[in-house]
Ligand binder design. Structure first.
Ligand SMILES: C[S@@+](CC[C@H](N)C(=O)[O-])C[C@H]1O[C@@H](n2cnc3c(N)ncnc32)[C@H](O)[C@@H]1O
Length: 297
């Protein structure tokens, strides 16, 4: 089994500038941010002066979530970021500081957006994609701009609204995307009962979450049931299945075995590894998430 480290080197509007002493210095568009980064047990490569020039710093209250932004220079309420997806027009999204330390886009996921777009374009057939836990929609926009019909599901009405604004911003308003506020598991189980079918499924489940009616999502307990439900909505000749996990005790090795078992009856291959970002200062790699992905042979 080859374990892959997937970088997203095409970004121009995002950069991991430096890391060290438990922090990372990043650029999102024209602004620089300091956020906690537990892996950065090494020292910083850039000077104290450069770090001090950051526009905002996130101070956490604990490691999981919570904290606040200390804004040092005036930031626009939100600003545009663009990602140059190969072969199609660039994706665009709104970025802003959020209470959960994120900025509305997970830049390292771009490796997955590229991969899905490539699978859809080269399939040369109509493709239906299901994007679960879709957040602000970049994976959905990538699939839609490559020509797929997309169903995007997230429990947060705010995130789904943000995703549909990103669709307009990207000039993809005419593309077929269904925006759905629902609990991921309930939605897939309902789709299975209705006989719905998808050629590609993308899932980026959090460790903990809640559906819109308070449904509890706990990754270790809920994921096996969700994956079984996903298998029931696969079309007879599926194209891909991609699973990303942040902040969980899992490795690419586990995701490899899970997908290999789930997709056993189909002809295809599994890859697994980590989504990584390379800092521009000293070229050190930070691991952001583990992923597993299956695609038709
Ligand atoms: C890790 S984020 C997804 C990151 C995103 N895919 C990206 O690449 O930028 C997790 C998302 O899951 C959603 N979520 C949490 N619990 C959920 C549930 N039970 N059903 C559906 N979505 C849920 C959250 O609202 C959040 O948008």
């Amino acid at each position: 089994m080859d374990i892959l480290l997937l970088e997203s080197p095409r970004w121009q509007d995002y950069e991991l500038l430096d890391s060290g002493n438990g922090l990372k210095l990043e650029r999102f568009g024209g602004y620089r941010f300091v956020r906690p980064e537990a892996q950065a047990i090494w020292s910083r490569a850039l000077s104290e002066t450069i770090w001090r020039e950051a526009d905002a710093v996130f101070s956490p209250t604990n490691e999981e979530s919570g904290g606040h932004w200390e804004v040092r220079k005036k930031l626009r309420d939100r600003w545009e970021m663009r990602y140059p997806l190969p072969g199609v027009a660039p994706l665009k999204c709104w970025a802003t500081t959020t209470p959960g330390r994120h900025l509305g886009v997970f830049p390292e996921c771009a490796a997955t957006w590229d991969w899905m777009a490539e699978k859809i374009i080269t399939a040369e057939r109509p493709v239906k994609v299901l994007n679960l836990f879709g957040y602000t929609g970049l994976a959905s926009l990538s699939a839609a701009s490559a020509g797929a019909t997309v169903t995007h599901v997230d429990a947060s009405k705010k995130s789904v609204g943000w995703a549909s604004e990103n669709q307009q911003l990207s000039g993809l308003g005419a593309k077929p995307i269904r925006w759905i506020v629902d609990d991921a598991l309930k939605f897939v189980q309902r789709e299975a009962r209705r006989g719905a079918q998808y050629d590609g499924i993308c899932l980026d489940p959090p460790k903990f979450g809640r559906g819109p009616k308070g449904e509890v999502w706990e990754v270790y307990q809920s994921l096996p049931t969700l994956l079984e439900a996903c298998r029931e909505v696969l079309s007879p000749s599926p194209l891909f299945m991609v699973l990303t996990m942040y902040a969980v005790k899992a490795s690419g090795v586990h995701l490899y075995a899970t997908l290999e078992e789930l997709m056993r009856k189909y002809k295809g291959s599994v890859q697994a590894g980590e989504l990584v970002t390379r800092e521009t200062s000293a070229q050190r790699l930070l691991s952001q998430a583990v992923f597993g992905r299956w695609s038709a042979a």
